[in-house]
Design a protein around this ligand. Structure first.
Ligand code: CP
Length: 347
């Protein structure tokens, strides 16, 4: 045990707790501006000392249950690795396959395919694990948060949303850490571009909305570029705008991708569904020139994407394989921010 590192870790965690005593990380706004900054301080300590923390095992004896109703490469691996490095046990559960098919609606006569109600599953898992972590994409449309909200309602244990319809808070935290790194310790007042890019599927807005939340919490000069018919969710945008007054963030909405990318510290590309979801394919096909290439990156510092990314659809090979791409360190930042949340709840 390194007493200096142990003290630094405990001090950093206690600063998180001064600002955030909540036990739900649902959309990433819960820790607030100061709590988020404190969480990122814990993440930096973890990132710089992860092998030593792995030897210290500060969360020995604790357990995290990760329930995935949808596929994952980064989220699953980084959660399991962060949990293990902290000394806690991670249980991976595949929703609907390795577990009983779950029911979320109230008052259902369960004589069909579903065998277990979330009303039992969530408290039972909470009786074994100190933290639950759930990934559940929308079952229909873009705003369906039935699964994660049911867990929030019935789980006794602290809960991390590992991506739902409207939020991917761990991705947002990792993106903040990445933007902090790009900005040399912060990105307040720096231009950040979030641009829509073509994708064949009508994807939900969990990631782009989390990018907006991260940029606003960090005080960015955020430029959101998308073609007509692809505007971000107005209700969520209004909710997060409340934080801009505290951080000095500015948000500009534009159809002009060239103006939005010009001079940006980071160009963050993401595909999301057309507002007219039923005509997504045609509308996306009309905007193929929004694929991020050398032209869009000419006067920008870095390219970001949450991954997985479709090459030469969202972004060209030359950008993704080029020197401005920061997608690998961006993905690597998932582990320390998730460790920071676990440490803040369980240390
Ligand atoms: N970015 C992200 O959440 O990746 P996975 O879907 O692979 O977990």
């Amino acid at each position: 045990m390194n007493p200096t590192l142990d003290t630094r870790l405990h001090d950093a965690v206690s600063r998180v707790r001064q600002h955030w005593r909540g036990t739900r990380l649902m959309d990433g706004l819960e820790p607030g501006v100061e709590g988020t900054r404190a969480l990122l301080d814990v993440a930096r300590i973890y990132r710089a000392n992860r092998l030593e923390i792995g030897r210290m095992r500060p969360l020995l004896g604790r357990a995290v249950a990760g329930l995935f109703f949808d596929p994952s490469l980064r989220t699953h691996t980084s959660m399991e690795v962060a949990t293990g490095r902290c000394g806690a046990h991670f249980v991976y559960l595949q929703g609907g396959e390795g577990t009983w098919k779950m029911e979320f609606d109230e008052g259902v006569v369960m004589n069909g395919q579903t065998a277990e109600h979330v009303k039992e599953a969530a408290p039972v898992l909470s009786s074994y694990a100190d933290v639950l972590a759930v990934r559940a994409f929308p079952r229909s449309g873009n705003r369906d948060e039935t699964v994660i909200r049911a867990f929030a309602r019935y789980a006794g244990a602290p809960l991390i949303n590992l991506e739902s319809a409207l939020a991917h808070p761990c991705q947002g935290l990792a993106d903040m850490l990445t933007l902090d790194d790009l900005g040399g310790g912060g990105f307040k007042g720096r231009k950040v571009c979030l641009t829509w890019a073509p994708h064949p599927k009508p994807l939900p807005q969990a990631v782009p909305l989390s990018v907006v939340r991260a940029a606003i919490l960090g005080g960015a000069d955020l430029h959101v570029a998308c073609p007509e018919g692809f505007d971000l969710d107005a209700e969520e945008m209004e909710r997060v705008a409340g934080f801009a007054a505290d951080t000095g963030a500015r948000v500009t909405h534009t159809r002009d991708q060239a103006a939005a990318t010009d001079g940006a510290l980071a160009v963050y590309a993401k595909g999301w569904a057309a507002n007219d979801r039923d005509h997504h394919s045609e509308l996306a096909a009309q905007n193929q020139d929004w694929t991020v290439g050398e032209r869009q990156m000419a006067n920008a510092t870095a390219f970001l994407h949450c991954l997985p990314v479709r090459r030469n659809v969202i972004v060209t090979d030359s950008v993704l394989d080029g020197p401005k791409s920061r997608v690998i360190p961006q993905a690597a930042n998932r582990e320390p921010v998730q460790a920071a949340v676990l440490l803040s709840w369980m240390l």
